[in-house]
Design a binder for this molecule. Structure first.
Ligand SMILES: *Cc1c(COP(=O)(O)O)cnc(C)c1O
Length: 344
């Protein structure tokens, strides 16, 4: 990445800070397949205690953590229910059907979120043996394709009740859960007690180069260790990477509010421009906006790229900006200046 470039494509583009790197270099490591990497154990304990759950397991990616959760909760031929925007359905290469042999039933939600009532209508009666067995509900907080939207906690509680009444497991894809916790000033323990499993990413807004965790009961995590190995995710001296996660949890959570503040400012500038049709509500670090009809999003991206500003297209005339820890106030000023002067 060039020094002067402003990359707003994703919060995954961040590189470890100097401080994070030197913390990583100091890590004490061992062979984690033999459960003897002390830094991995420390990270797993740290995240379990933040969410008030029994146990946690370190994964190379959020995708593998989610896919392990799906495998943990289902049998081949079962069905899971999620929003039509959900990452597990859209962006995990069809893994639910490949790894677990399950189908996804999609809810037509709002910005990646749905109501307990909508869920109720989609659950199959287990006595109707010719229908796929509904086994699992997956929600995402914040929603990725939904523009960083945060769930209303009370709705998540209502969904939990529907799950309980219908003997369904409940998984939270919490790739950006810390953005939601910071934006809504919520206690992570409220989430820990609500879900059967939670996946958490260290490599999004928290700025670690790699790493996710799956949180659950001790019993589930013991089973997840076998599934992770089966999926090829057993790792060795990976404490160096777990150390990046520990550093991120200690230093990069509070500052997420800076990402949220800058995203809101960009959203406001976009709203004021005469080539933007609509900006979706901004709750965290993601800004999704729609160009006016007839305007070409690829041409728009080229224009910005000429000013060394990168963002990403979501298709159908929608574009996305994501703020992150390498995007500072000086860069924000440059972006605002460019947005003001481009004539499109
Ligand atoms: C990024 C992301 C994941 C996991 O992605 P990896 O790139 O595999 O770590 C899962 N869910 C959501 C909502 C995400 O944004």
């Amino acid at each position: 990445m060039k020094k002067t470039e402003i990359n707003l494509i994703s919060d995954t583009i961040t590189r470890p800070t100097k401080e994070m790197l030197s913390f990583m270099m100091e890590a004490e490591v061992g062979d984690d397949v033999f459960h003897s990497d002390p830094t991995v154990i420390e990270l797993q304990k740290k995240v379990s205690s933040i969410f008030g759950v029994e146990s946690a397991l370190f994964f190379p990616s959020g995708t593998m953590a989610n896919q392990t959760a799906i495998k943990l909760h289902t049998q081949p031929s079962d069905q899971l229910i999620c929003d039509k925007y959900s990452h597990v359905y859209n962006y995990e290469s069809g893994g639910a059907s490949f790894h677990s042999g399950v189908s996804c039933k999609l809810i037509d939600g709002n910005r990646g979120m749905f109501k307990a009532q909508q869920l109720e209508g989609m659950i199959h009666d287990p006595d109707k043996y010719y229908l796929p067995m509904t086994r699992l509900v997956v929600v995402e907080n914040t929603t990725n394709k939904g523009g960083g939207a945060c769930w209303d906690y009370d709705e998540l509680v209502r969904i939990k009740k529907v799950c309980k009444d219908n003997n369904l497991r409940y998984h939270l894809d919490g790739a950006r859960i810390f953005n939601a916790l910071v934006a809504k000033k919520e206690d992570p323990k409220l989430y820990g007690k609500l879900f059967d499993t939670i996946s958490v990413c260290l490599s999004k807004g928290l700025g670690a180069p790699i790493g996710s965790l799956l949180l659950s009961s001790e019993e589930n995590i013991q089973r997840a260790i076998r599934i992770r190995k089966l999926f090829g995710g057993g790792m060795r001296q990976v404490g160096y990477l777990a150390a990046a996660g520990i550093y991120a949890l200690d230093h990069h959570i509070d500052r997420l509010k800076e990402d949220h503040r800058r995203a809101a400012i960009i959203g406001k500038a976009l709203k004021e421009s005469n080539w933007v049709d609509a900006v979706e509500p901004i709750e965290t670090n993601i800004v999704i906006f729609q160009l006016k009809e007839g305007l070409d999003e690829n041409k728009f991206m080229e224009l910005l790229e000429a000013h060394e500003i990168k963002l990403i297209s979501m298709g159908e005339g929608k574009l996305r900006v994501v703020t992150h820890l390498e995007f500072d106030d000086e860069m924000l000023d440059r972006v605002l200046e460019v947005l003001k002067k481009i004539d499109f």
